[in-house]
Every structure is written in structure tokens, then in C-alpha cells.
Design a protein around this ligand. Structure first.
Ligand code: UT7
Length: 330
């Protein structure tokens, strides 16, 4: 599978507080903090999504002592890049000045783990192709993979809808990976349900028999909440069964930062201390697929990702998608 060599993150400069939101919609700091744990979020003003993605990528490249020329692949996860086409990954490749395969995955908030899965699959494929050719494992000099999750939810949010606008934020996280044994288990899921969380776009085709109004993110919060609480538990149980692990074998639970109450419910179910569940939701809100890699980058900065540290990561989002992995730091 793969091993992560370096972590990076980038956040827009503009901070939006709950009190500021209370001047825009009928809400309060007390409601937002007690219902979600969010105190502030970052929102793009001048930054493009490519700016954020590139900046997170540069940090991960620098921390892993990787020259862009050492990259063999770029995978981005995002619900929407700066352009419908070309992909965000291609925009980042252009900024880095590299000509390597580059593509986006859209699995909403589970996107980072879907992208890790795609990268691991690519490594497995390359290894197999290489061994078919000359009997050796994949080992050329361009084997490193840049994986970026970048989201600008401020662009997709209805800022007059208090049910959603208090939840989201913008940001990007990145990792540089290469073939290795850090990733021990990964699983991706989709439980199709379009109604509980979606964003519609306009169709302008004169041939279309239906009309989809230009839309913002809409969500049935309670149904997503229930889905999240049950799926995080089920995914963890499934991973532990497969790997013959117990909750005490995990050092940190790096969970999607959608709601502090969802994280707390996973922790209380396992009866584990709060310091095993790092968070940044209080500062950044829900940044969709960027939550997990930004949190990883912050954990790395705090020295929490030393060799041998065992992580359970999981995320869920529109689709409804879900994904989890077990990763042992190399
Ligand atoms: O990344 C994955 C996607 N998202 C999620 O994982 C989100 C999952 N869901 C949630 O986090 C929670 O469902 C929310 C935080 C969105 C809402 O919390 P809740 O406990 O499910 O509240 P609710 O939707 O049942 O609303 C309770 C009340 C309602 O008023 P009434 O009908 O009881 O009078 C809402 O209208 O709170 C009201 N409300 C608000 N009040 C103040 C909804 N949003 C707000 C708000 N400020 N921002």
C-alpha cells in the first residue's frame, strides 16, 4: 500500500466568528457552539481554491523533502475545483510546473480517504505492471504521489440559510505518499441517498427535458447526523474485526470534523479519553474532505505522528459516502 512522507495545510486568512454570522442570520454563538462545537471558520476572500491547494501541496512537498520533479501522480479531492474542467489536480500540476497524470475525485467529505484509496490502488497497479515486465517491484524515481483535499464551501453555501451556513469553512490539506507499509487497511462505501445532502447546479441545455435550479448546499441535518453516528461506529467495528484490533490499539481517532457531537458520540461509545480524538472543528468548521488532512498536518506539527503511532481515520459525506482506514505512522 502506501506510506505518508509529509503533511501540509493552507487556510484562508479571513476568520468569520459566530457573532458575525449572528448579524447575517437568526442564530447565536451559544446555539452554534452547543450544537456543533464550531467557534470560527475561515472563508476565502482573495484566495482561489488552486491557491489553497498549491500552498498546502508546497508545504507537504517541503516537509517530505520532495522535489515536484519526483512526483509521478497528483490526486485531488474536491466537491468543485475553480473550474468544472480542467480538474483542480491539473491546475496544481500547472503551478508546480510538472507534467504528470493528475485527476480529481469527488466523494464529498469522504474525498481524502477516497483519494488515498485511489493512490494506493495506483501504487498496487504500478507494482503489478512493473513486476510483469521485469520481476521487480515498482521502484522508479517518480514514485511519489501528491494527494490534496481542497474545498471552498463558502462558494456553495446559501448565506441566508442558518441550517447550513454556520457549519462550513474553506481550507486545503495535502500529503506526499510513496509505496510503503503505513496504510494497513482502507475501505470506501456509498449508501446512495441524494436527498439528505446535495447541491444542484443549473442545466442550460436546450435539449434537457427537466430543469434543475441553480442551487446551494441543502441538508437534512438530523438524517445526516444519524447516518454519521451509526456509520462511524460500524466502520470502526468492521476495521477492528478485520485487523483483530481493539479500541485500545488505536492511538488517535482522526475523524471527519462535521460536528463535535458526532465525534463525542464515537468517543463515548468506546469509553475513551478526549485526547485520543483530536479536533480542529472549533477553529475551522466543516471543510468537507479537507478536514482530515488538515488535522493530520496539525498533529504532525505537534509531534503526535511519531513512528509507530496508530491512527483510525474516517469520514462521511454527500452521496452518502463514507470511508475509513487504519494507518500506522512510518
Ligand atoms: O459533512 C457532512 C455533512 N454534515 C453533517 O454531518 C451535519 C450533521 N448534522 C448536524 O450536525 C446537526 O443536525 C445540525 C448541527 C445541522 C443541527 O443540529 P440539530 O440538533 O439536528 O438541530 P435541528 O436541525 O433539529 O434544529 C433544532 C432547532 C430548529 O428550530 P425548531 O424547529 O426546534 O424551532 C432549527 O430551526 O434549531 C433551529 N436552528 C437554528 N437555530 C439557531 C437550525 N439552525 C440554527 C442556527 N441557529 N444556525
Amino acid at each position: 500500500m502506501l506510506t505518508i512522507l509529509g503533511y501540509g495545510a493552507a487556510l484562508p486568512a479571513r476568520i468569520v466568528t459566530n457573532d458575525e454570522l449572528a448579524t447575517m442570520v437568526d442564530t447565536s454563538d451559544e446555539w452554534i457552539v452547543s450544537k456543533t462545537g464550531i467557534k470560527t471558520r475561515r472563508v476565502c476572500v482573495d484566495e482561489t481554491l488552486t491557491d489553497l491547494a498549491y500552498s498546502a501541496a508546497c508545504e507537504a512537498l517541503q516537509r517530505s523533502s520532495t522535489d515536484p520533479g519526483d512526483l509521478g501522480l497528483i490526486v485531488c479531492s474536491t466537491i468543485c475545483g475553480d473550474f468544472t474542467s480542467p480538474s483542480l489536480a491539473c491546475c496544481v500540476a500547472e503551478r508546480l510546473g510538472v507534467s504528470v497524470p493528475a485527476f480529481d475525485v469527488n466523494a464529498a467529505c469522504a474525498g481524502f480517504l477516497y483519494a488515498i484509496n485511489a493512490a494506493a490502488a495506483q501504487i498496487a497497479l504500478q507494482t503489478k505492471i512493473k513486476s510483469n515486465f521485469d520481476g521487480s517491484a515498482h521502484g522508479d524515481s517518480k514514485k511519489r504521489i501528491l494527494i490534496i483535499s481542497a474545498e471552498m464551501l463558502s462558494k456553495h453555501t446559501d448565506w441566508t440559510d442558518r441550517n447550513t451556513c454556520v457549519l462550513f469553512g474553506d481550507g486545503a490539506g495535502a500529503v506526499v505518499a510513496e509505496p510503503g507499509g503505513g496504510l494497513r487497511y482502507i475501505k470506501t462505501y456509498c449508501f446512495p441517498n441524494r436527498e439528505v445532502l446535495y447541491k444542484a447546479d443549473a442545466t442550460s441545455s436546450p435539449f434537457a427535458s427537466y430543469d434543475i435550479p441553480r442551487g446551494y448546499l441543502r441538508m437534512d441535518g438530523q438524517r445526516v447526523f444519524k447516518f454519521a453516528v451509526s456509520k462511524v461506529g460500524e466502520m470502526l467495528d468492521g476495521m477492528m474485526n478485520s485487523m483483530s484490533l481493539t479500541p485500545n490499539d488505536i492511538d488517535y481517532f482522526v475523524l471527519h470534523q462535521a460536528n463535535k457531537r458526532i465525534i463525542d458520540s464515537a468517543r463515548l461509545r468506546l469509553n475513551l479519553p478526549e485526547d485520543k480524538f483530536p479536533t480542529n472543528i472549533e477553529r475551522y468548521g466543516n471543510m468537507s474532505s479537507a478536514c482530515v488532512p488538515i488535522l493530520l498536518s496539525e498533529m504532525w506539527e505537534k509531534g503526535m505522528l511519531k513512528k509507530g503511532v496508530r491512527l483510525f481515520m474516517s469520514a462521511f459525506g454527500a452521496g452518502l459516502t463514507a470511508a475509513c482506514c487504519y494507518y500506522v505512522c512510518d
